[in-house]
Design a protein around this ligand. Structure first.
Ligand SMILES: NC(=O)c1ccc[n+]([C@@H]2O[C@H](COP(=O)([O-])OP(=O)(O)OC[C@H]3O[C@@H](n4cnc5c(N)ncnc54)[C@H](OP(=O)(O)O)[C@@H]3O)[C@@H](O)[C@H]2O)c1
Length: 331
């Protein structure tokens, strides 16, 4: 996989990146998470497992890695991997996020897995924690799940802190969540500090079931903002793991198309994302090497207008999509 410009950010990335949400902690909402980790939860086993998946990603050419303070020990595992493999900072781009605090205490089930706080003290503390672990590898720092309600886009102290970071040469981004991703992104795009836009990148949910943010993401891309797509497989709902009877007909359509194209349904779903001209990076959230290898087939899978027409009916109204996501169990 060739490295490409991350739109106008000045960073080099690859079209597919690896997200570490499922690799840094025992519990996550993705379908089948428990089975992926073979129920081996001691930190040393989880670190070796994360390193195996990272090695596979490197071998497959992936050079963008996505972490967050709240993904348990994801930043730590990434840091030990980068150093132990002798990877130089100029060979790779790492993005991380601040704004959620990991509170699960290394348990699969917890009252609260993460707590959101978009305040200045949390920004300052988490930035220094991320920097201590990732140092020169950290080139993109994102607000984790910014929403209009979280108030972060009106918090001038935080925005000024982010502008300072941007002026030090770290690209400042935000990730989005919920049925109003577009409204949040529009507001973010309007924020300028020191005469220049604050946000250089956005990470959003877009997939065959959830296309609500298309127009705004295209606008962001046209302005030079780097666009990263997360949850491209709808947390596993667009994989062969989805055995929900209510999805059976849609799954059958996906399977038919995958057979015709000689590939897998996850590769089809990822190819649909890669085909959008306004997408820079799509994240794989695979926690197993075998799934990552299947996901990467998307780079070769052919996506055309006919595929688009046949799968257009998979789309769900945004509110319904986010309600279904809200029902996924931590496992
Ligand atoms: N608010 C935010 O900022 C935010 C929110 C969510 C995610 N993210 C980022 O986006 C990344 C990706 O998102 P995601 O993991 O939530 O979503 P995703 O890519 O939509 O879904 C990943 C799930 O699909 C499964 N899968 C993939 N290929 C498969 C295959 N061939 N067969 C069966 N199952 C397969 C994975 O299983 P295995 O785990 O078994 O491989 C995993 O359970 C995260 O790691 C994180 O970096 C950010």
């Amino acid at each position: 996989m060739n490295r490409i410009e991350f739109n106008e950010t000045g960073l080099l990335v690859t079209r597919m990146g690896l997200g570490l949400a499922a690799l840094g902690r025992p519990g996550y909402i993705n379908l089948g998470h428990a089975a992926d980790l073979e129920r081996e939860y001691d930190p040393a086993s989880m670190e070796s497992h994360a390193h195996r998946v990272l090695d596979a990603a490197w071998r497959l050419g992936i050079r963008y890695f996505d972490a967050a303070r709240s993904y348990g020990r994801a930043e730590e595992f990434l840091s030990t991997w980068l150093k132990s493999r002798g990877i130089r900072p100029e060979e790779v781009t790492v993005g991380s996020k601040w704004g959620y605090i990991y509170t699960a205490g290394w348990q699969v089930q917890a009252d609260k897995h993460e707590v959101k706080e978009h305040s200045l003290p949390v920004f300052q503390r988490q930035l220094s924690e991320s920097r201590a672990l990732l140092g020169p590898y950290l080139k993109l720092y994102q607000i984790h799940s910014a929403t209009l309600d979280s108030g972060v886009l009106d918090n001038h102290a935080v925005l000024d802190g982010l502008a300072e970071l941007r002026d030090e040469g770290i690209v400042v981004g935000l990730s989005l969540s919920g049925p109003r991703q577009s409204d949040t992104l529009r507001k973010a795009l309007s924020i300028r500090i020191g005469g220049v836009p604050l946000f250089g990148s956005v990470q959003a949910t877009w997939n065959l079931l959830a296309r609500e943010a298309t127009v705004t993401l295209r606008e962001a891309h046209d302005l030079g903002v780097g666009v990263i797509i997360k949850e491209a497989l709808a947390n596993g709902r667009l994989t062969s793991r989805n055995d929900d009877p209510a999805f059976a007909d849609k799954r059958h359509t996906l399977e038919q198309l995958a057979i015709e194209k000689g590939t897998t349904i996850d590769a089809i779903a990822l190819a649909a994302v890669l085909a959008q001209p306004w997408v820079d990076i799509v994240l794989s959230g695979a926690a197993q090497v075998q799934h990552l290898e299947s996901n990467i087939q998307a780079l070769k899978a052919k996506w055309d207008d006919e595929s688009d027409r046949r799968l257009a009916y998979l789309v769900e109204p945004a509110v319904e999509y986010w309600q279904a996501r809200g029902r996924l169990d931590w496992n």
